[in-house]
Design a protein around this ligand. Structure first.
Ligand SMILES: Cc1cc2nc3c(=O)[nH]c(=O)nc-3n(C[C@H](O)[C@H](O)[C@H](O)COP(=O)(O)OP(=O)(O)OC[C@H]3O[C@@H](n4cnc5c(N)ncnc54)[C@H](O)[C@@H]3O)c2cc1C
Length: 336
């Protein structure tokens, strides 16, 4: 146990209403704390990384390239999404590969758990649009996904229902705020977290009336995982590159790779309309792991990297456990 001055009923200020700040505000407001969220942008949240995300909740697929702590927190987060947002779709995710990437497909299968192998028939039963496209696939039935641009406003509304306040167009400085301050500024926190770096993720939104998918489909790719996420109304998100870069644009090369992958998954995507190109900067520490840094009443939650939607609920629960009971999670927390 850590000796904290946070017990009692100190008010809580949260800086940033992205996925990290929003989940912290929700759980703290539901726990009875007086919570105020300061968000520098307007309610559209276009300046946040969260706005650009895929929103996949896939702790088992992500285990292919991440540390066990990501699976541990991710699996706990699935329960929290279910509990607080029972409408969250949990209809699994699919992994498919070109015949030429078969070795990488087998490697992916070996490094991950909680999946079922599907043959071509099993694949087309699950996703009829994929009939005849792939000889086999991996199905992860326990995974889910949210649409960030819908779920962020839902989270903000839930915070208000729980008695919390969100002030948009409100740029805050931790030093100007009293009580407990939780810094969830993502990439903007570089002034106090100099080792945070941006990992650019590019995405494209397309529209097609000829393909229907019910769940995210990942295509094994030699350089970065490419996926197609159904967004409803015939829209699909193609994501995402993973590039060490400060740049915020979308390169021709990335666009070609993402669009090419969609075309491989289904040639009818060749006729789809492009609705949007965009990119976000994933905030990452050198070890690509999330961190809750605690200095008495100042708590900084950052480094959610490519797992913000997957990890934010569990991280918020850990922060709540610390504030209420002084419980420390040694894998994630650093106490000054
Ligand atoms: C293309 C792409 C795809 C992704 N796909 C997935 C996925 O499928 N699943 C997944 O789990 N994760 C995914 N991610 C990762 C996820 O988006 C990030 O981990 C997450 O958005 C980080 O959230 P955050 O709340 O830390 O930061 P942000 O979302 O950036 O939120 C920080 C907020 O703080 C505000 N702010 C900054 N400074 C101040 C200030 N001084 N005062 C007030 N407000 C301030 C900002 O305006 C911003 O809204 C993806 C990311 C990208 C780019």
């Amino acid at each position: 146990m850590y000796q904290t001055r946070l017990h009692g009923d100190s008010p809580v200020s949260i800086i940033g209403a992205g996925i990290a700040g929003a989940w912290h505000a929700l759980l703290l407001a539901k726990a009875g704390r007086a919570v105020t969220v300061h968000e520098r942008s307007d309610a559209s949240m276009k300046a946040s990384t969260s706005h650009w995300a895929g929103g996949m909740l896939s702790p088992w697929c992500e285990a292919e390239a991440s540390e066990p702590v990501i699976s541990r927190l991710g699996i706990r987060s699935l329960d929290l999404w279910r509990q607080h947002f029972p409408q969250t779709p949990f209809n699994g995710s699919l992994v498919v590969a070109h015949a030429r990437d078969r070795a990488d497909f087998e490697r992916f299968a070996k490094l991950t758990t909680n999946h079922r192998r599907l043959d071509a028939r099993g694949l087309s039963e699950l996703e009829p649009s994929l009939e005849g496209r792939f000889r086999e696939g991996l199905f992860y039935p326990g995974e889910g996904h949210v649409e960030p641009r819908r779920v962020l406003p839902q989270l903000h509304a839930a915070i208000a229902r729980a008695g919390g306040k969100i002030e948009f167009n409100s740029t805050a400085e931790a030093g100007d705020l009293d009580g407990i301050v939780i810094d969830c500024r993502g990439m903007a926190a570089r002034d106090t977290e100099p080792d945070i770096r941006p990992v650019k993720g590019e995405m494209i939104i397309i529209e097609s009336s000829e393909v229907e998918l019910s769940r995210p489909v990942r295509l094994i790719h030699p350089r970065f995982p490419i996926y197609i996420i159904p967004r409803g109304d015939g829209r699909f998100m193609l994501g995402a590159t993973s590039i060490e870069s400060e740049d915020t644009g979308v390169s021709v090369r990335s666009a070609l790779e993402l669009l090419g992958a969609a075309y491989v998954v289904h040639p009818a995507f060749g006729e789809a309309r492009i609705l949007e190109f965009g990119s976000g900067q994933r905030p990452a520490f050198p070890d690509n792991l999330p961190r809750i840094a605690i200095e008495q009443e100042r708590i900084a939650v950052n480094g959610l990297y490519r797992h913000g939607f997957l990890l934010a609920p569990a991280l918020a629960e850990l922060t709540l456990g610390f504030i209420e009971r002084g419980v420390i999670d040694n894998e994630v927390m650093q106490c000054a």
